[in-house]
Structure formats: structure tokens, C-alpha cells
Design a protein around this ligand. Structure first.
Ligand SMILES: Cc1ncc(COP(=O)(O)O)c(C=O)c1O
Length: 450
């Protein structure tokens, strides 16, 4: 039988495509709570007309299911710092896959990977690997509790996320599934407000096991805040723990502890380590980390023992990533491209009189933006409008966090797209956002009800 190919009008195939996407999307929601595996990727975080799915990525570009190309920022929730499908890292991971991924005794690669990571984090003596940031930060909490014999922890209340585990989630106002008792155990202090941390130690004498924070986020530490907080914690017998999930391999190859020359007792890395392959690390001083070891007479701590913790393709990828950072100016490029982008966007902000309405925060290597309405209140509606306008112009940017693969051309195209989008933002400020917004607005991740 001969098959006759009949050319269909374009619009029909487009409609078919849309129908297919819609049913795949509905199916994903039937099978996966929230439709995907990370809330930050969820429907409620993007405009209604955002691409439902991403089909593939290369460098700083991603393609949706209809083949439309976007310049992406943030790149896999900051896990992909070199670029999507980055050949040297893929090759390293694949070479290891061919040799086996997991055995009943450790691979010698585990030691080599530890040496590789510790070579760029010289303030730490030991490391244990896992697959995600939440797990290693939770291990840090367990270790601090075990080493101090204390239950309470003090975390920075201005930093948005440390872990999906109870000790952090109690602070978010989403109580589902978290035992009431946990609520008394996590205390919060303010960033750059040493007095707020001092108060916690005064009100809970001998009870706080550790302080946990990102060394900095959008605000730089003032008046020696980090060093004074560390000293405060030590004076009260608590551990000083840094979350380097975002800052590691981005602010500096050695993270924020290198930038601020501060020595944490424990620190946690993840995200960029494997350029998208899953690897995270708890690093720290021997005196604490060793409690998870086999060569001491103290009570043992069951520290990070997971089947996949030392899965070898991710460790091989991490070693390759670190080699690339050592031999190429990755960090310099992140700062340079971020600065190019920031300068261009700031020019538009000034031209359109959007100061105080649309703002950029953070270091050039890690730029976040904030949207405000005509009354200068934080606005999800304006965030949605801006995302929507960017998407139309081929930019997928929940933040402006650059990668090593963002070229000058990508950055300049983005600046043009942002200028056009902010022009619409300006009109929406003047005439009302509803007139320009298509569909429902995005919502904050932390909310008690849908
Ligand atoms: C600062 C910070 N800490 C910890 C985490 C948790 O890492 P993971 O998502 O790998 O569990 C994140 C994730 O977004 C983060 O941004």
C-alpha cells in the first residue's frame, strides 16, 4: 500500500500541537503532585502562556516543545553554570558510566573527588557527598546537634530557602505534616543584625547548637557581621554553618567563604558542582566531620549514608567542572556578563523612570530582580507581566543569573528584550496592569493554601 502524504494547513498542525501539549500537561498533573518535581518550576511560578515543558537545552539556550528557542537565565535553578549539555562534562560523566556507577565497596574516585573539591575549599578538611542541598544541610544540623548535645538551631530568617526538611519548613508558614514540637526548635535572626542573634543566645542559654545562613544574598555583610556572628556562635559553644548552595562555584570557585575570608565549622555545597548532574557536599572541620567516621571512641553520628551519595558519574562530572573552573576564567566571565547585562538594564530603568518600580539586586554573577506596582508595593502582577513580555521576546528569566555560556550576543539580545518589556511595564504602571496582563498572576511559593 502506498501512503499518501497530504499537506495539512499550518493552523491545523499548530492546533494539534497545542492540544497535545495541553493533554500532556493535564496528564503530568494527574501523575505528579504539582505537575513537576520542584515547586520553583511549577505552573504557579510562571505566566499562563509560558511554555508548558522544555524539550532540550544547549549552552544558555532552551527549546520548548514547539521548537521555540529561549535564552535562559537561572539555568536549572542555578545547577547548570557552565551551560546546558556541556560537552566536556558530559564526556567525563559518560566515560565513568562505561566503567560502572556504584559498587559494594567504595570506588577510588570517591577519594579523588574529595581531594578535588577540598582543593578549592581549603578552609574545610573533610567532605561527604550526597545528591541535593537539603540533605547535606540537614546533615549539618544533625552533626551540630550531636557535637553540642543541643536541640535548638538559629537560622537567618531573611534567607528564603535552606531545605525542604522540617527544621527549615517550620519557618515558612506551611505547617502541613510538621510536628508541633519542631516549631520551638528553629529560631530566626535577621541578616546584618547581630543584636537579633545575641538576643536568641541570651534567651536560650546553652540551647542553640548552630547558626546557619548564606554568607550573603543581595545585601553585603556590614560592620564585620559574618565574623562577629561566628565569634558570637563560638562564644556560646555553637557551630557556625554556611549554606554555599548558591555562592559555591559562582561567587568564587571556593564560594563565599573565600570572598569574605571566613572559616565556617561546616558548609554545604550543591547546585553548580556537577553542572546539572546531581551532587552535593557537606564540608567542614575534621573535629566535627570526624564524628561521622569510624576512628573515634565517642558516640557515633550516622552521617549522610545514602545509596546514591557517591554515584560516580556525578562525581566524575564534578571533578571535570572543577578542572574547567581552574583552567578557564569561569568566575570572571560570570561577573563580566552579569555586569554587561546589569549596565544595559539599568540604562533602560533610568530612561523609563522605573527606579523603585523595577530593581536589580545582588552581585553581577547572581542578579535577582524585584517588581513593584504604582504604589511601590511588591507586585506579583507586575512580575507576571514582565515574565510574559520577556517570554514573547524569547527570554526565559525568572532571575538574571548568567552562565558561562551566555555570549555578548545573548546578553545584548536580552538587554533589547528587557527594554521593550520594561516599556510595556511603564505603560502598565501608568494605565493599570490589568489592561496588559494575560491570564492569572504568579504566586509566592510559600503560601498555606493554593
Ligand atoms: C540557598 C539554598 N540552600 C539550599 C537549597 C536546597 O538545595 P536542594 O534544592 O538541592 O535541596 C537551595 C535550593 O534552592 C538554596 O537555594
Amino acid at each position: 500500500m502506498t501512503l499518501k502524504l497530504i499537506a495539512r494547513p499550518d493552523f491545523a498542525s499548530v492546533i494539534d500541537e497545542v492540544r497535545e501539549q495541553e493533554s500532556a500537561h493535564a496528564r503530568a498533573h494527574q501523575l505528579i503532585p504539582g505537575g513537576c518535581h520542584t515547586y520553583a518550576k511549577g505552573d504557579d511560578q510562571f505566566p499562563a502562556d509560558a511554555p508548558r515543558f522544555i524539550d532540550r537545552g544547549k549552552g544558555c539556550h532552551v527549546w520548548d516543545m514547539e521548537g521555540r528557542r529561549y535564552i535562559e537565565y537561572g539555568m536549572g535553578l542555578r545547577s547548570v553554570t557552565l551551560g546546558h549539555a556541556y560537552e566536556p562534562v558530559i564526556e567525563a560523566a559518560y566515560a565513568q558510566m562505561r566503567r560502572g556507577l556504584n559498587f559494594n565497596r567504595p570506588s577510588s574516585l570517591e577519594g579523588a573527588a574529595a581531594e578535588s573539591l577540598l582543593s578549592v575549599i581549603p578552609r574545610a578538611h573533610q567532605v561527604k557527598f550526597a545528591k541535593d542541598g537539603s540533605t547535606v544541610l540537614t546533615a549539618a544540623v544533625t552533626l551540630a546537634r550531636a557535637c553540642t548535645g543541643r536541640l535548638k538551631i538559629a537560622i537567618c530568617g531573611d534567607h528564603p530557602f535552606f531545605s525542604y526538611n522540617d527544621w527549615f519548613m517550620v519557618t515558612t508558614g506551611i505547617p502541613g505534616g510538621i510536628p508541633e514540637a519542631r516549631r520551638q526548635e528553629t529560631l530566626t535572626f535577621r541578616y546584618n543584625d547581630l543584636a537579633s542573634a545575641e538576643k536568641l543566645f541570651e534567651e536560650n542559654p546553652g540551647e542553640i547548637a548552630c547558626v546557619i545562613l548564606e554568607a550573603a544574598r543581595t545585601e553585603e555583610p556590614r560592620d564585620g557581621f559574618l565574623h562577629r556572628l561566628r565569634e558570637l556562635a563560638h562564644r556560646h559553644g555553637a557551630l557556625f554553618i554556611l549554606d554555599e548552595m548558591i555562592t559555591g562555584l559562582r561567587w568564587d570557585i571556593g564560594g563565599a567563604q573565600a570572598v569574605y575570608d571566613i572559616e565556617p565549622d561546616l558548609s554545604a555545597f550543591g547546585k553548580a558542582l556537577g553542572n546539572g548532574l546531581a551532587v552535593s557536599a557537606l564540608t567542614g572541620k575534621r573535629e566535627f566531620m570526624d564524628r561521622g567516621g569510624l576512628n573515634h571512641g565517642l558516640e557515633r553520628v550516622f552521617l549522610l549514608s545514602t545509596t546514591h551519595g557517591a554515584e560516580l558519574s556525578a562525581l566524575a562530572a564534578m571533578m571535570k567542572v572543577i578542572d574547567i573552573y581552574k583552567s578557564e576564567d569561569v568566575i570572571g566571565t560570570l561577573y563580566r556578563q552579569g555586569e554587561r547585562l546589569r549596565t544595559g538594564i539599568r540604562r533602560t530603568i533610568a530612561e523609563l523612570g522605573l527606579q523603585g518600580f523595577f530593581t536589580l539586586d545582588g552581585r553581577p554573577c547572581s542578579i535577582l530582580y524585584a517588581t513593584r506596582d504604582a504604589e511601590r508595593r511588591p507586585s506579583q502582577q507586575f512580575r507576571t507581566l514582565f515574565l510574559q513580555q520577556l517570554l514573547r521576546r524569547g527570554i526565559l528569566a525568572p532571575s538574571f543569573i548568567v552562565s558561562y555560556s551566555h555570549s555578548d550576543t545573548d546578553i545584548d539580545r536580552t538587554i533589547d528584550a528587557v527594554s521593550d518589556s520594561l516599556f510595556v511595564y511603564r505603560k502598565a504602571l501608568d494605565q493599570g496592569v490589568e489592561k496588559y496582563l494575560l491570564g492569572r498572576p504568579v504566586k509566592p511559593v510559600y503560601r498555606r493554601f493554593n
